[in-house]
Design a protein around this ligand. Structure first.
Ligand SMILES: Nc1ncnc2c1ncn2[C@@H]1O[C@H](COP(=O)(O)OP(=O)(O)OP(=O)(O)O)[C@@H](O)[C@H]1O
Length: 253
């Protein structure tokens, strides 16, 4: 059995002339938290959409939980948990009704539905809020409900695209405690974030810019390799070097 939850080799996505993801090769080990970082528009969401089976790569190859990203997108969608930037909760349904809705999407039987709902309400700290309308929850609670919905079918892999964007620091901290608990249970997590304090707690980091993977390693390895003080400095230095390289290339033409 493979020790990788995700592998991709030279995965590429073009939109017309624009290369959104350029020959991306990476491996996400099972049970790890992999932080996927990069400036706005660098290709993170496009990569995630390809890995989730929502978008077909232009070229390259990859597997998610052993399934082929080119040909087995349905198998992948059934087995992963995905939370997008604008997680889709039904604001006019209660917490419990949202969970019921997604339990229906994942075709859970009545007994399993009851069990998973109870477990996830407990995990997310949503007890006592079951009858509250999702639309009346604060950002942090909405986000924890969305995470619970993404976990109903017990996925082995959780893919989170900027799950904490616009959420207050206390809620971010609680959310990340849950992420680490899930990883301890063996769930693999691929997560994008612009918050370097969050990235610092990941097992692995990949930096992408203009669709290219510029660096990969543990946070400590990257900080050491760059002679930086912290991940934020690594991030800024990688972007600066790449911009200088591109400017030199442009000037040489
Ligand atoms: N459907 C599409 N059609 C054309 N271009 C697209 C499409 N989706 C993304 N792009 C382009 O591909 C590039 C990568 O976008 P992507 O959304 O993957 O970046 P990102 O790293 O997720 O950015 P952010 O941090 O802002 O979410 C951008 O230049 C974007 O404009």
């Amino acid at each position: 059995m493979s020790a990788a939850a995700i592998t991709c080799q030279q995965l590429t996505k073009r939109f017309g002339e624009r290369v959104a993801v350029n020959s991306l090769t990476l491996t996400v080990p099972k049970g790890s938290i992999y932080g996927f970082l990069g400036p706005n528009g660098s290709g993170k969401s496009t990569t995630i959409r390809m890995l989730c089976g929502l978008m077909t790569p232009t070229t390259g190859s990859g597997t998610v939980l052993g399934y082929d990203v080119m040909t087995q997108s349905e198998e992948i969608k059934q087995r992963i948990g995905y939370m997008s930037q604008k997680f889709s909760l039904y604001e006019d349904l209660t917490v419990e009704e949202n969970l019921d809705f997604y339990a229906g999407v994942y075709q859970l039987g009545a007994a399993e539905r009851r069990k998973r709902k109870a477990e996830l309400i407990e995990m997310a700290g949503l007890a006592g809020r079951e009858k509250q309308l999702a639309g009346s929850l604060s950002g942090g609670w909405k986000q924890r409900l969305a995470l619970s919905c993404a976990l109903l079918h017990k996925p082995e892999l959780l893919i989170l695209d900027e799950p904490t964007a616009g959420v207050d620091p206390v809620s971010r901290r609680i959310f990340w405690e849950v992420i680490h608990e899930l990883a301890e249970q063996g769930i693999t997590v691929l997560v994008t974030t612009h918050y370097m304090d969050e990235a610092q707690t990941c097992d692995w980091i990949g930096f992408i810019f203009f669709g290219n993977l510029l660096a990969e390693g543990t946070p400590q390895e990257l900080i050491g390799q760059m002679g930086a003080n912290n991940l934020e400095d690594v991030f800024i230095e990688l972007v600066r070097r790449e911009e200088a390289r591109q400017a030199a290339e442009g000037g040489a033409r």
